[in-house]
Design a protein around this ligand. Structure first.
Ligand code: ARG
Length: 454
């Protein structure tokens, strides 16, 4: 039975019912709706709308319903209730009769849905934060294993300067750590309870909303009823954090896909996260990474969708807001499975240190070192840069890396180049010179690892 039948004499069309009902989506908030209802029953008892006995009966029935839902969440879907709020109320009335009809006193589905959704976001956020921490852990473990592995560092996808594989891992650690902090900030900001704001103007019962908020585990009650029932910032924030994090996941996936190519051969992904081709027997495709890269599109799409849904909505509640859940739920599910997949993939990465070393040796990625060498000999950097540019052209023509050119040849580019140049051109020398904070030298990478192992 609809919650609002009295005002109507005509029938609702089936199409409208299908269009308007949100149960197929918001059934996922059953637990939050019941928990919120228990707290509301206590608030009603505190202002003598319910007797202590009535409140206890309602609470017991709601808890029984909660146990039923937890045992089998699909029972909610076997109903034609309009939404999760109608479903819970209907079940309560079924269980305790007329007493159940008292629960909605002073409450609206508008403050109810806002409360349910915040509770849901909070619960999911905690799980996601833990997954981000696990991914960071997996990357730190890989970094520890690959501290001595050299990797060509790229800009413009051209070999630029050598780095260590650990340094690459820790770059993503930084990103996922920021995501975790962003998520925690968002969770903190949404930690206020809208319950007791009624439909829009506030509730007509002198309920202690702060106590009610604490009962639900919120830090405080919201301050303005109009804002409380129409605020979906927490949805936008979760979608934003998820989008930024998905971009990070997608970038990492892209790096791994490239490192895993036959051309690069820097690493191999584990069999358990790759798949074959139905036609080409030799193939082992990085599907997991491609899907992580691909799903990012849907997550960012949901953020865009919700931004546009909220734009220009007048105060206070509008049914448009019912559209908040589909994209949010899908985003949380997608982000969560992508994080789990990324953890599994990172754990199974086998790096081919010989290949990465060879690749770092090619591509003239020690050219900056030669320029720095000339700077140390008193040549201004801009001039040194030009000299080395010409030396690289010479080396390309000779088909050799810089460090294999004989000293006589090197001297044709600058008289200042002496025999001691060769010790500056090794990969080890390139790496070890990056000693300032944040650089790729072993010492700096060790220091960064120490921070994360804490
Ligand atoms: N299903 C609705 C939603 O998700 C609940 C709130 C309905 N409120 C109303 N006044 N129709 O937004």
């Amino acid at each position: 039975m609809a919650l609002w039948g009295g005002r109507f004499t005509g029938q609702t069309s089936d199409l409208f019912k299908e269009f308007n009902d949100s149960l197929p989506v918001d059934y996922r908030m059953a637990e939050q709706d019941i928990v919120g209802s228990v707290a509301w029953s206590r608030a009603l008892a505190s202002v003598n709308v319910l007797t202590a006995d009535e409140q206890q009966k309602l609470e017991a029935a709601l808890n029984a319903l909660l146990a039923e839902v937890k045992a089998d969440p699909s029972i909610v879907l076997q109903s034609d209730a309009e939404d999760i709020h109608s479903w819970v109320e209907g079940k309560l009335i079924e269980a305790v009769g007329d007493l159940g009809k008292k629960l909605h006193t002073g409450r609206s589905r508008n403050d109810q849905v806002a409360t349910d959704l915040k509770l849901w976001c909070r619960q999911q956020g905690e799980g996601l934060s833990a997954l981000l921490a696990q991914l960071v852990e997996a990357l730190v473990a890989l970094a520890e294993r690959e501290q001595d592995t050299v990797l060509p560092g790229y800009t413009h996808l051209q070999r630029a300067q050598p780095v260590t594989f650990a340094h690459w891992c820790l770059a993503y650690v930084e990103m996922f750590e920021r995501d975790r902090k962003r998520l925690n900030n968002a969770l903190e900001l949404m930690n206020t309870s809208p319950l007791g704001c009624g439909a829009l103007a506030g509730t007509a019962y002198a309920i202690d909303r702060e106590a009610l908020a604490k009962d639900l585990g919120f830090a405080a009650a919201t301050r303005n009823s109009l804002d409380s029932v129409s605020d979906r910032d927490h949805v936008l924030e979760l979608l934003s954090v998820a989008s930024i994090s998905s971009v990070h996941l997608s970038r990492m996936a892209e790096d791994i896909i490239f490192y895993n190519t036959g051309e690069a051969g820097f690493l191999e992904m584990d069999d358990q996260v790759t798949s074959g081709s139905s036609l080409m027997p030799q193939k082992k495709n990085p599907d997991a990474m491609e899907l992580i890269r691909g799903k990012c599109g849907r997550v960012v799409g949901s953020l865009t969708g919700m931004m546009v849904t909220m734009k220009a909505l007048p105060l206070a509640y509008n049914k448009d807001m019912q559209e908040d859940k589909e994209g949010l739920f899908d985003t949380v599910d997608t982000w969560s499975i992508c994080l789990k997949m990324a953890i599994l993939c990172v754990e199974g990465i086998k790096v081919n240190a010989e290949r990465t070393y060879q690749a770092a040796q090619q591509g003239y990625s020690n050219a900056t070192e030669l320029a720095d060498y000339l700077v140390a000999k008193g040549i201004p950097f801009r001039e040194a840069h030009h000299i080395v540019g010409r030396a690289v052209v010479g080396a390309i023509e000779a088909g050799q890396p810089l460090e294999d050119l004989p000293i006589e040849t090197l001297k044709t580019f600058s008289e200042q180049i002496d025999d001691d140049v060769y010790q500056h051109l090794t990969i080890e020398a390139c790496l070890e010179k990056r000693v300032a904070q944040g650089g790729t030298s072993k010492e700096q990478v060790k220091a960064a690892l120490a921070v994360y192992k804490k």
